[in-house]
Design a protein. Sequence first.
Length: 181
Amino acid sequence: MRGLLVLSDFCEDTEALSTRALLKRAGIDIDTVTINESKSIQTAYGVEVSVDYHKDEIDLDDYQFLVIPGGKYVSLILEKDTYIKSLVAHFHLEQKMLAAICAGPRFLGEMGALKNKHYTMYPGLQEEKFSGVYEVDKKAVTDGLVITGRGAGATLDFALEIIQYIQGSEKAKQILKSIAF
């Protein structure tokens, strides 16, 4: 499986970069894409990151799952965004896996991907219109094709849910052991 990870200025460092690193460690093919003008972003804590692709350079049919980190960018662009919402709509319609953490699940909720799903996200960001079951005490939740994480402190749990979904629980356990958790 090949995944696509959205990176934007002000994305949360841990949620974006650690998730990517853990997926790569597991041997999962993951590309990064940005909505920025250039293929360079600056994370919430000032790390300059080169992104693999600009949004106009990818073919969504090449990807089987989507990962959306949280961060300040979500509140800055949520109302006016069309691209990330269109990504969610595409993957949801194609019945491909969607994964989002912290504020990232807001995109899923806006596009109806959380309807009748158990999910978690940063406390206080859930909305009734998402029409799902908010699991406030869970670090990461998998419900069908949707994986959500609560926040930066749950990044490991979130990434392991993705790894387990794609490669099984034995691979997730192997990754935990390899990082001396």
